[in-house]
Write a protein that binds this ligand. Structure first.
Ligand code: HEC
Ligand SMILES: [Cu+2]
Length: 477
């Protein structure tokens, strides 16, 4: 264009227009980093992945994600109340491009029991979005971020108690593609590991509750891919044909365990370890840190069923971390000539783990004076209560009731002891406002409960009761 303009017999005005057009053309030829247009993100449930991004420029991507609390299958005959991003565990897969501006809308369904938020590891900014996205049931929050770094990132809820929200299923993956995208493959799948800490042992039937005690000990009865035992088995197996290239976006929600991610009978041709930009070739087992991910790629050559496992192998065969990739097509005896067993998905199952008995009560010397009790109680409060009820006991509207001047607290000291011993859920009215949340049963000693309540009663205009460990012990029985 610049040359054509150059051939025009120059009159001053034409020259100026020509120069301007030439400059515009030059700018247009550069790879674009300017944000152009707006689009609604395609979000998928596992194991599906949204289509690759073909745009050659960043855009504004609108992501709408809803937190939902749902009773879903954890294993055959076993249900669990999962807390989810979009109704599945892991949550919806988000796919964007480096340089995109993301307009993120997080909504918490009105029928939720707990408030939630989201921390996306792809965000550069405090809390990864958590502080800007805190939503009580029935609320929506919006925030924006620019996707500065390409890679595959974990997102998760970061509302107190964080570990409980993650263990309940609040994690997922967001892929930030580099300009030009990832190399094309035939199949892409989304697989994420996570642990579930149930009140009952592995296989115990019925609706299971969350066990804070097992979570603190990092001893889950279930370690699963995609939210349930057998979520990638039988008809729900991953599929590929012989000769196809497969890419797995593999993540680990944790909350605590590291995954030794392995596909029995395959070698990962390429791995992006920790989902960074470096590539490793010919890898047998790759680590997925808690709150981390990896991208693995391989070509299939031999038909049959391939088992995806956490190679900490009791987790695979006794706790659920087992999935199937079914590869169909003609055999190639030059690569593998053995008999190929179909249907080798036979979890050894049923093995009951013996867990240590009830919480041992901590033997610490008891404080004798009231100031000692108050100091002890303040420590327990800061460590165990402030995250939800806030440092001055003021609570958070529609989420956590106040302890400061709480009529509920002050009306009945025995009921308050009961709340700390057993937790609390269901509708409660505090100072005229209703709350319908979940306070987990915390694992506190009699001394801790007595002192924290004495402390809380001594603060913020409360009734000033002094609670003794003997009272708590009596209430425990
Ligand atoms: C995970 C967040 C969380 C933590 C941690 C927590 N609570 Fe609660 N608490 C709640 C919620 C939510 C409710 C309301 C439950 C409902 O709606 O049924 C509640 C209710 C209460 C109540 C009764 C209502 C009121 O405001 O008087 C008391 C008392 C209480 N908590 C004390 C404590 C103390 C003391 C601690 C620390 C030892 C603590 N809580 C730790 C979330 C929490
Ligand atoms: Cu949450």
């Amino acid at each position: 264009m610049a040359q054509r303009v150059g051939r025009v017999v120059p009159e001053r005005g034409v020259w100026l227009i020509g120069l301007f057009l030439a400059a515009a053309a030059l700018v247009a030829c550069q790879p674009s980093t300017a944000v152009v247009g707006t689009e609604e993100a395609v979000l998928t449930k596992p194991p599906e992945v949204p289509p690759p991004i073909t745009r050659d420029h960043p855009t504004t991507v609108v992501v709408r994600l809803e937190t939902q609390e749902l009773v879903m299958r954890l294993a055959d005959g076993v249900n669990y109340t999962f807390w989810t991003f979009g109704g599945s565990v892991p949550g919806r897969f988000i796919r964007i491009r480096e340089g995109d501006d993301v307009e993120f809308h997080l909504s918490n369904r009105p029928d939720s029991r707990a408030p939630h938020n989201i921390d996306l590891h792809a965000v550069t900014g405090p809390g990864g979005g958590a502080t800007s996205s805190f939503v009580a049931p029935g609320q929506t929050a919006t925030f924006r971020f620019k996707a500065l770094n390409p890679g595959l990132y974990v997102y998760h809820c970061a509302t107190a108690p964080v570990g409980m929200h993650i263990a309940n299923g609040m994690y997922g993956l967001i892929l930030v593609e580099p300009p030009g995208g990832l190399p094309p493959v035939d199949r892409e799948y989304y697989v994420m590991q996570g642990e579930v800490y149930t009140t009952g042992a592995y296989g115990a039937p019925g609706l299971q509750g969350f066990s804070m005690e097992k979570a603190l000990a990092e001893r889950p009865d279930y370690v699963v891919f995609n939210g349930a035992v057998g979520s990638l088995a039988g008809g729900a197996s991953l599929h590929a044909d012989v000769g196809e290239t497969v890419r797995l976006f593999a993540g680990n929600g944790g909350p605590s365990l590291i995954s030794s991610f392995h596909l029995i009978g395959e070698i990962f041709d390429r791995v992006y370890p920790e989902a960074g930009s470096a590539v490793s070739e010919n890898v047998q087992t790759t680590l997925l840190p808690a709150g981390g991910a990896a991208i693995v790629e391989f070509r299939t050559q031999v038909p049959g069923n391939y088992l995806l496992v956490d190679h900490s192998i009791f987790r695979a065969f006794n706790k659920g971390a087992l999935g199937t990739l079914a590869v169909a097509g003609p055999a190639d005896s030059t690569i593998y000539s053995g008999r190929i067993d179909e249907g080798i998905y036979i979890p050894e199952g049923g093995a009951i783990q013996t867990l240590p008995g009830t919480a041992e009560t901590r033997a610490e010397p008891s404080p004798t004076t009231l100031p000692q009790r108050l100091a002890w109680g303040e420590r327990v409060f800061t460590q165990n209560c402030a995250a939800c009820h806030q440092p001055e006991g003021q609570g958070i509207p529609a989420a956590f009731p106040p302890l400061a001047g709480s009529d509920f607290l002050n009306a009945d000291r025995n009921r308050a002891i009961g709340v700390l011993l057993h937790g609390l859920q269901g509708l409660v009215t505090v100072n005229g406002a209703t709350f319908n949340g979940v306070m987990p049963a915390l694992r506190l000693s009699d001394e801790d409960i007595a002192n924290v309540l004495t402390y809380v009663y001594s603060q913020w205009g409360n009734a000033g009761h002094i609670i003794t460990p003997e009272e708590v012990r009596a209430a425990r029985q």
